[in-house]
Design a protein. Structure first.
Length: 103
C-alpha cells in the first residue's frame, strides 16, 4: 500500500515527439497564412490549420465531403459560399462567420 516515486526515461522521447508534431503544425499554419496572403487559398485553409484540423477531421466536423472542402479553399469559390455553409465552418472552429472571412 505505499507508493514511491521513481524516475523514468520514457517521457523524454514522448516530449520530443510532441514538440516535433507541434512544430510541424505551426509550420503548416504559417505556410497556410502565407498562401492566403498571396491570394492562393481562402481564409478557410488557414483556419483549418490554426485550429488543428486536417481535411478528414474538418469533413467529419462539418458534414461536407473532402472534395467540397478542397473546393472551398479556392478564394473565388469561398467568396460565393452561403451564410449557412460559412456557419458550419464557423461552428467547427468556434469563431464567428465574420471572423472566418478575414485573417
Amino acid at each position: 500500500g505505499n507508493y514511491q516515486t521513481a524516475t523514468t526515461n520514457g517521457w523524454e522521447t514522448e516530449e520530443f515527439a510532441t514538440e516535433q508534431a507541434v512544430e510541424e503544425l505551426n509550420q503548416l499554419t504559417n505556410e497556410a497564412l502565407d498562401a492566403v496572403k498571396r491570394g492562393e487559398k481562402s481564409p478557410l485553409f488557414y483556419y483549418m490549420y490554426r485550429y488543428r484540423f486536417d481535411l478528414p477531421c474538418l469533413a467529419q466536423a462539418t458534414g461536407f465531403w473532402q472534395w467540397q472542402i478542397k473546393r472551398h479553399f479556392k478564394p473565388s469559390v469561398f467568396e460565393k459560399l452561403s451564410d449557412n455553409v460559412l456557419a458550419k465552418y464557423a461552428e467547427a472552429f468556434g469563431v464567428s462567420t465574420s471572423t472566418l472571412k478575414t485573417i
